[in-house]
Design a protein around this ligand. Structure first.
Ligand code: DC
Length: 214
C-alpha cells in the first residue's frame, strides 16, 4: 500500500490530538503525536539539556492495539507525559535546533506504507511539507482553555494564562514557529463539538484519499 500522510497543526488545546486519535480509531490511520516526543525529551533530560546527552537517549515509538506509545529504555512513559507543566517545559526546549532535529528525525522515520496522521506545530510546514493533506486547527484562547481546564480538572484562569504564554512562545520562536502551513485547510473550531470538527476533517480526508494517484 502506498503512503498517505495527513498533518494536523495548531495551538495547544485546538483539538489536534483528539481528532488525530479519532482518525486512528475510526479510519484506520496510524497516529504520531510529535508534541509527545518534545515532552519525552524534557521528561527524560529536564529542560537544561545538551546535544550529546540527547543523542544518547534510547527513545522508541511503538504501536500497541493501535495506540501510539513512547518507550524510554524499553519502559512505556506515555502516560507520564500528559501534564501541563511538561507541556510548558516542552515548549521551552522546542526552541532549540538540535532538539527539533532529533524529534524530526524520529517522526520522519515512521511513515513507510499506509495511512498516517501526524499532529503538532510544524508537521505540515517543516516535518512533512509534501503531506497529502494539511489541516490547521484553531480556536479562541478562551475556548481552548475551557477544554483543557475540563480535561485536566484545572482552574480556568490559570489554564488560560498558560495557554496564552505557550501560544506566544510557540508562535514567536525563530525556528519552525507555529503557523498555518502553506496549502493547509484552516478550521476554526470555536463553538464546535468534537464530532462536528471530526465530520469536517473526515470529509476532507476521504475526498483527498479518494482522489490520490496511487
Ligand atoms: O502538542 P503538545 O502540547 O503536546 O506540545 C508540547 C510542546 O511541544 C508545544 O508547546 C511546542 C512543542 N512542539 C513543537 O514545537 N513542535 C511540534 N511539532 C509539536 C510540539
Amino acid at each position: 500500500m502506498a503512503k498517505f500522510v495527513v498533518t494536523i497543526d495548531g495551538p495547544a488545546g485546538s483539538g489536534k490530538s483528539t481528532i488525530a486519535k479519532l482518525l486512528a480509531k475510526r479510519e484506520g490511520f496510524i497516529h504520531i503525536n510529535s508534541g509527545a516526543l518534545y515532552r519525552a525529551v524534557v521528561y527524560i533530560l529536564g529542560d537544561s539539556l545538551d546535544k550529546d546527552s540527547l543523542n544518547g537517549v534510547d527513545l522508541k515509538i511503538e504501536y500497541r492495539d493501535g495506540n501510539f506509545r513512547i518507550l524510554h529504555n524499553g519502559i512505556d512513559i506515555t502516560e507520564s507525559l500528559k501534564t501541563e507543566a511538561l507541556g510548558k517545559k516542552a515548549s521551552n526546549v522546542a526552541k532549540l535546533g538540535f532538539v527539533r532535529d532529533f524529534v524530526n528525525m524520529k517522526v520522519r522515520a515512521i511513515p513507510k506504507s499506509g495511512k498516517f496522521v501526524i499532529d503538532g506545530r510544524d508537521c505540515g510546514s517543516v516535518i512533512f511539507p509534501d503531506a497529502d493533506l494539511k489541516i490547521f486547527l484553531t480556536a479562541s484562547p478562551e475556548e481552548r482553555a475551557k477544554r483543557r481546564a475540563e480535561e485536566i480538572k484545572g482552574d480556568f484562569e490559570h489554564v488560560l494564562e498558560e495557554i496564552k504564554n505557550r501560544d506566544e512562545q510557540d508562535m514567536k520562536r525563530e525556528i519552525a514557529p507555529l503557523k498555518k502551513p502553506e496549502g493547509a485547510y484552516e478550521i476554526d473550531t470555536t463553538g464546535l463539538g468534537i464530532e462536528e470538527v471530526f465530520r469536517i476533517v473526515v470529509d476532507l480526508v476521504r475526498r483527498v484519499y479518494g482522489n490520490r494517484d496511487s
